[in-house]
Design a protein around this ligand. Structure first.
Ligand SMILES: Nc1ncnc2c1ncn2[C@@H]1O[C@H](COP(=O)(O)OP(=O)(O)OP(=O)(O)O)[C@@H](O)[C@H]1O
Ligand SMILES: [Mg+2]
Length: 507
């Protein structure tokens, strides 16, 4: 990788065996052997050693000339203990090891000696001093947890350099030996106030607009409570915004997930085809959680998603136990936060009588910013799904339990009814809603009837007023006419009297 040449001195295996072993990890040593790598088969027969003059001088001299020939800067003495077991005398063993050390400092080569570690007294007597002799001591550890192989590397000593004393998970794969990075710095992430949709309108409202961008979300629930479905809507919503997304699934293939989601109107295939969405699925038991994380990290680097799902994160427990799973979960969350990614993980809760047991085992719930729990409520001969937000940091969220309804149209949330302290869902809720709707319809009908009656009475009164007005008008007209007639009559009478007096010449 660094382009430096090296010599591999093998005391236990021949070069063919080493090449073959390396090939099982996908490493092509023969390609390197042409110019950068030289194998020295240093296996010795006991007779040779016993015959007396055994020392490494001859071999070291041949390594120097080979190193000069290929320009090697590094040399590995693999399984040096195999060679030294042939020497009975601890003093002779020491002499040979110091010989190598002195030779290294003379030649300026960087040397690695590997030997098996053991706690038995004989071993410590023979090789314990090496801890003091070497400049750097790395202790490798290999264990099995739940039948899953876990490797770790720990630096026990490193002269003239600072180092972390913790054991770090290590994996061996096609990309070489990888040590899980542990960022021991204080968490300091960019924080966002923007909300990203959950993909379910009503859940957005319950969360005051959705999940906070860059936050981590945990969805827990028993099998089949629709954890993946909620993860699916979240991812689909991201794709609809043309935001790059990644869906990591364990033990369910991408095709299965895409098909299953279609049943609830979530369509991921077009986004997979366009590259907006990357589906990555893995078999849990095939690798340790650390290896899974390394692979996921690689996919993240390739896809650069803004939103990501790990479904279910609890599968990690099967890949090396709780402590490893927790470490992986924490580092995954850290990775997501440092990249400003919104990460949604699902976690399977097994029925154990006590709620949230599995989640507390994995303890990711404490690191997650939002925790949504899905559960079943069985009543009235039905099993219905309930959704509740257990917590959501920095969010004024609803504390109400909602019924989650899956249908061909998608996911909807409905209010649950409480009657006499009992939660009603499904058909019982539907019946309650129907009864309430009926009562409302009845109330509306009664009100309508009353309104019509009053309007009728109103118009009747109005009609009566109009008719009385008309009568009043007629009366007034009649009255007017009468007074006009009376005045005319008066005038006529006065005239007639005047005429009469005129005729009689009366005064
Ligand atoms: N069209 C549909 N209408 C109603 N319900 C549906 C429909 N399609 C699927 N379902 C229900 O959704 C469930 C699947 O939900 P989902 O896969 O999201 O659950 P899960 O919690 O992820 O399950 P698991 O624990 O197995 O991973 C199915 O078991 C089925 O009951
Ligand atoms: Mg699922």
């Amino acid at each position: 990788m660094l382009g430096e040449a090296g010599i591999f001195v093998a005391f236990e295996e021949n070069s063919r065996q080493i090449t073959e072993n390396a090939a099982t990890f996908g490493w092509d040593l023969p390609a390197l052997e042409k110019e950068k790598l030289f194998f020295l088969d240093a296996r010795m027969s006991p007779d040779m050693v016993m015959s007396g003059g055994f020392d490494l001088n001859g071999m070291l001299a041949s390594i120097v000339s080979k190193a000069e020939e290929i320009g090697a800067t590094r040399v590995v003495f693999d399984s040096i203990d195999v060679l030294l077991t042939l020497l009975d005398d601890p003093v002779a063993k020491r002499r040979e090891l110091y010989r190598i050390r002195d030779w290294l400092s003379e030649t300026g080569l960087t040397g690695i000696m590997t030997l098996r570690a053991s706690n038995d007294t004989k071993y410590i007597e023979d090789y314990g001093f090496m801890q003091f002799m070497a400049d750097c001591v790395i202790v490798l550890n290999h264990s099995l947890v739940d039948h899953v192989s876990l490797r770790g590397a720990r630096i026990a000593k490193y002269r003239g350099s600072q180092f972390s004393e913790n054991e770090f998970p290590m994996i061996i794969g096609p990309r070489g030996i990888e040590i899980a990075k542990m960022d021991l710095s204080e968490p300091d992430y960019e924080v966002f106030t923007e909300r990203v949709s959950t993909g379910v309108e009503r859940l957005d409202a319950m969360l005051n607009g959705g999940y906070l961008r860059g936050s981590s979300i945990l969805i827990t629930g028993a099998p089949g409570t629709a954890k993946s479905s909620l993860a699916g809507t979240f991812i689909e919503a991201a794709c609809k915004r043309a935001e790059k997304a990644l869906y990591v699934s364990f033990d369910e293939s991408a095709n299965e997930i895409i098909r299953n989601m279609t049943s609830i109107n979530i369509h991921l295939l077009p986004y997979v085809r366009s590259g907006i969405l990357r589906m990555y699925s893995a078999r849990t038991e095939s690798r340790s959680a650390e290896e899974h994380l390394i692979n996921i990290r690689k996919v993240i680097e390739e896809q650069q998603p803004g939103c990501m799902v790990v479904d279910p994160l609890s599968a990690m427990v099967k890949a090396g136990g709780h402590i490893t799973a927790l470490g992986v979960a924490q580092r995954l969350i850290h990775l997501a936060k440092s990249k400003g990614m919104t990460l949604l993980c699902t976690s399977l809760l097994e029925f154990r009588g006590e709620p949230f047991s599995e989640a507390t085992e994995i303890r990711i719930s404490t690191v997650a910013d939002t925790w949504i729990n899905l559960s079943y409520i069985a009543k009235g001969g039905e099993r219905n799904r309930a959704l509740s937000i257990v917590k959501s940091r920095g969010t004024r969220h609803s504390n109400q339990v909602r019924e989650m309804i899956l249908s061909d149209e998608g996911i909807t949330l409905a209010d649950v009814y409480t009657a006499g302290g009992e939660v009603l869902m499904g058909t019982l809720r539907w019946e309650r809603e129907k009864a309430e709707r009926r009562a409302e319809e009845q109330r509306q009908m009664d009100a309508e009837r009353k309104r019509i009656e009053l309007e009728l009475a109103d118009s009747e009164i109005n009609a009566r007023i109009q008719s009385l007005k008309r009568e009043l008008e007629a009366n007034r007209t009649e009255l007017k006419r009468l007074s006009v007639d009376e005045a005319a009559y008066e005038r006529d009478e006065t005239q007639r009297l005047a005429d009469l007096q005129g005729l009689r010449r009366a005064d």
